[in-house]
Design a protein around this ligand. Structure first.
Ligand SMILES: C[S@@+](CC[C@H](N)C(=O)[O-])C[C@H]1O[C@@H](n2cnc3c(N)ncnc32)[C@H](O)[C@@H]1O
Length: 271
């Protein structure tokens, strides 16, 4: 397999994508250590089949959000295009213009991806629900599940098993509560390499904002029969065998007022 020149190379294209998220994602590299500390502090283990939950997922998530945005709350939202998918997200009317510099810095240092449902995730979720043949009867892995939006859609569309994978334990907690709210069961893992057995399809939405994640493109192809990637950040994605198969517009929920450019989501297939 050949993976072409990374669009995240010297041209810095997807760093532009980071800037266009209002800085919410710039702390991505520092995120892991902080989240693992939260994991330890809360005595919480996100792996579903051996969970030791000190508090219910929604309380854990609300507490994590309060630490970063004290005045914010979570609310359950039925996604407009796929209302069967119900997610706990940042309240839609959160007053973003009132953030103090300290709060902005905290948000940047601790990006809580799971409080948003990203445009790419919504597009890929809708794509699977409208075309269930992509997942029906298949064993599917959602890489970088965040709120769990795409994993939940795959399960609702008839996948035989869905594994939701994220390095962020809070994302796994969000995915678990969101799966329950959406009436599906998922397996949760924090280690892609710990997953055993055949994988039919890997689904990925909005993880290419981090240049380090381009290294995963080749691993996905080596691991599964098919890979579907949805992305709105990288505009010159040229990574054979990945090829564009669909293009739709959407917007992150709650709306981050991103430019039209970042609402333009493309779906790529490798098989
Ligand atoms: C922008 S969010 C997208 C979430 C969801 N797929 C969606 O579209 O709404 C990116 C997610 O990928 C996760 N992520 C980033 N790099 C990862 C990695 N190397 N392995 C697993 N998860 C990763 C982050 O923790 C975060 O939850």
């Amino acid at each position: 397999m050949h993976i072409g020149k990374s669009p995240a190379g010297a041209d810095g294209k997807h760093e532009t994508g980071n800037r266009c998220r209002g800085g919410l994602l710039r702390g991505a590299c520092r995120m892991t250590a902080r989240l693992h500390k939260l994991w330890r502090d809360s005595s919480y283990n996100a792996c579903s089949n051996r969970s030791v939950t000190a508090m219910p997922d929604e309380d854990l998530l609300a507490a994590a959000l309060r630490r970063i945005l004290p005045a914010a709350r979570l609310e359950e939202v039925a996604l407009p295009a796929t209302p069967a998918v119900r997610l706990l997200l940042l309240q839609g009317d959160y007053p973003r213009d009132a953030l103090s510099p300290d709060t902005v810095q905290r948000v940047m240092d601790n990006p809580l991806y799971w409080i948003f449902c990203w445009a790419s995730g919504q597009v890929l979720a809708r794509f699977l629900l409208e075309r269930p043949d992509w997942v029906r009867g298949k064993r599917v892995l959602d890489f970088g599940c965040g709120s769990g939006v795409v994993a939940i859609a795959a399960a609702r569309a008839g996948a035989s098993e869905v594994i939701a994978c994220d390095i962020d334990p809070l994302a796994l907690a969000a995915t678990r509560t969101n799966a329950g709210r959406s009436g599906v069961k998922l397996e949760l893992v924090d280690d892609f390499f710990g997953v055993e057995g055949h994988i039919d399809l890997i689904i990925v939405a909005d993880v290419l904002y981090d240049r380090a994640n381009f290294a995963w493109l080749e691993r996905f192809v080596a691991r599964a029969d098919q890979v579907l990637i949805a992305d709105s950040r990288v505009k010159d994605f040229d990574c054979p065998p990945y090829r564009q198969i669909a293009r739709h517009s959407s917007c992150t929920l709650p709306d981050l007022d991103e430019s039209a450019e970042f609402r333009d989501v493309r779906i790529y297939l490798a098989d």
